[in-house]
Ligand binder design. Structure first.
Ligand code: URA
Length: 437
């Protein structure tokens, strides 16, 4: 069936319900360039104001999935479920690095396609790029073989995975139409569903370091994703009002991952998030009967060393070093200046402006202002305190890692501006806020 692009835009603008054929026509036009950038922008803005009903959201998402390849694992003889997790992004969010090998250690397969940092949030791919030799764009054959033989592979988006989303997102990004629930839902799900999954867990973050700062918006997105997804999906709304774990910055987060998986240091908030999200995935994949059993299996995968072993195997299968776990210093760059950030007054950390902490990492060179910016993998913060921790002139809020003294001083001042200290012990935020399934 053929349509006029401008008629489809007009129908959406006037609040009409689009048919599946109209949506397919428009998405195909995005992929094969018969829809112009101006038309994408107009469609996105019309959707922003008019929304989509439940069926339109499903059709729109499916059309985006079908704009490229959908992975088919049926010829790989995998003896477990294919599972993945997606996070809406945070600061210090390194959960995928632990989660993928843990799920593989428990019998699942994780073909994770991940993204680069966006705005103040760090990207999983940038963390892997901090590891010398790791190839986040391997051949399709190597990616599939790694998933089969190691159990997980974390790579970047391939050209033919939901290509309509790539074009659509680029236009949304410059036309104030990113924050639109049906568009976010289709954008996230199209890339994940194209992985050929059996189950998906969404980590929807809310709080000062999240894109969805507002709880009601996070709930709306959670509901939309669960309703639209064509595979078994649970969304977990989690707290992003403080830096996750002890580090923020690419190489530093890889260090923390190694320490976490080898049981040297496990920050409690990060651990609770890892346990919860992994347990949800294991239940989805029928690898656990219940969340408590899932948590037991995750703890076993960690304490037996199996998850650490799988992480090491994945790194080396994708071109990284064979001895990263033993000699991280040899492969991860270190900043020239490492300096404690001491509070101006002693007391308890009451709250943080986590978005601005993420921006301080970007300012240090650890993230991008523009897509073409080069990243300095060595910079960021380590030994980060958490809400409720006591700090004083001997107990720093964090250590800043920078490559010049001037950058270190600026980042330290920015961090001090982001942290509120109080003399009373504060109320600790709930880490797992809500589960939507
Ligand atoms: N991340 C995505 O991949 N798409 C969106 O629309 C928003 C965040």
């Amino acid at each position: 069936m053929t349509f006029l692009n401008q008629e489809i835009i007009k129908n959406k603008r006037d609040g009409k319900v689009l048919s599946q054929a109209e949506i397919d026509f428009f998405i195909q036009g995005i992929t094969n360039n018969t829809v112009s950038e101006g038309q994408i922008a107009a469609f996105a803005m019309a959707t922003y104001f008019q929304d989509m009903n439940a069926q339109e959201r499903i059709d729109f998402t499916q059309s985006m999935v079908n704009s490229g390849d959908v992975m088919d694992w049926s010829d790989m003889d995998l003896d477990g479920p294919i599972l993945d997790k997606h996070s809406t992004g945070g600061v210090g969010d390194k959960i995928s690095l632990m989660l993928a090998p843990i799920i593989a250690a428990c019998g699942g397969y994780v073909p994770m396609i991940s993204g680069r940092g966006l705005g103040h949030t760090g990207g999983t791919l940038d963390k892997f790029d901090a590891i010398a030799g790791y190839d986040a764009t391997p051949s399709n054959a190597l990616f599939r073989q790694t998933v089969k033989h190691v159990g997980c592979a974390i790579i970047g988006q391939t050209a033919n995975l939901a290509p309509a989303d790539k074009r659509f997102y680029a236009t949304r990004d410059i036309t104030a139409t990113v924050d639109c629930i049906p568009l976010i839902t289709a954008s996230i799900l199209s890339k994940k569903l194209a992985e050929g999954l059996d189950g998906l867990v969404m980590d929807i973050k809310t709080g000062s370091g999240a894109f969805m700062k507002d709880r009601a918006q996070a709930q709306e997105l959670a509901r939309a994703i669960v309703d639209v997804s064509s595979v078994n999906t649970t969304a977990v709304i989690t707290d992003m009002s403080q830096v996750i774990g002890y580090t923020a910055g690419n190489a530093l987060e890889v260090y923390e991952t190694i320490e976490y998986l080898t049981l040297k240091k496990q920050e409690p908030v990060l651990h609770e998030l890892v346990l919860t999200l992994c347990a949800e995935m294991l239940v989805h994949g029928k690898l656990a009967d219940s969340l408590p059993q899932g948590i037991r299996l995750v703890n076993q995968a960690l304490s037996s060393g199996k998850a650490a072993e799988i992480f090491a195997k994945m790194i080396s299968a994708l071109g990284g070093p064979n001895d990263l776990m033993e000699k991280p210093d040899k492969f991860l760059t270190k900043a020239k200046v490492i300096m404690p950030v001491l509070p101006k007054q002693s007391g308890y950390i009451k709250q943080m402006d986590t978005r601005e902490i993420g921006m301080a990492v970007v300012e240090l060179g650890g993230g991008r202002r523009m897509a073409t910016d080069k990243i300095d993998y060595s910079v960021g913060f380590s030994q980060f305190c958490h809400i409720g921790d006591n700090v004083d002139k001997h107990k720093p809020i964090a250590y800043v890692h920078a490559n010049t003294q001037q950058q270190a001083d600026i980042a330290a001042q920015s961090l001090l501006d982001c942290i509120e200290i109080d003399s009373d012990t504060p109320h600790l935020p709930k880490v797992i806020i809500q589960r939507v399934s």
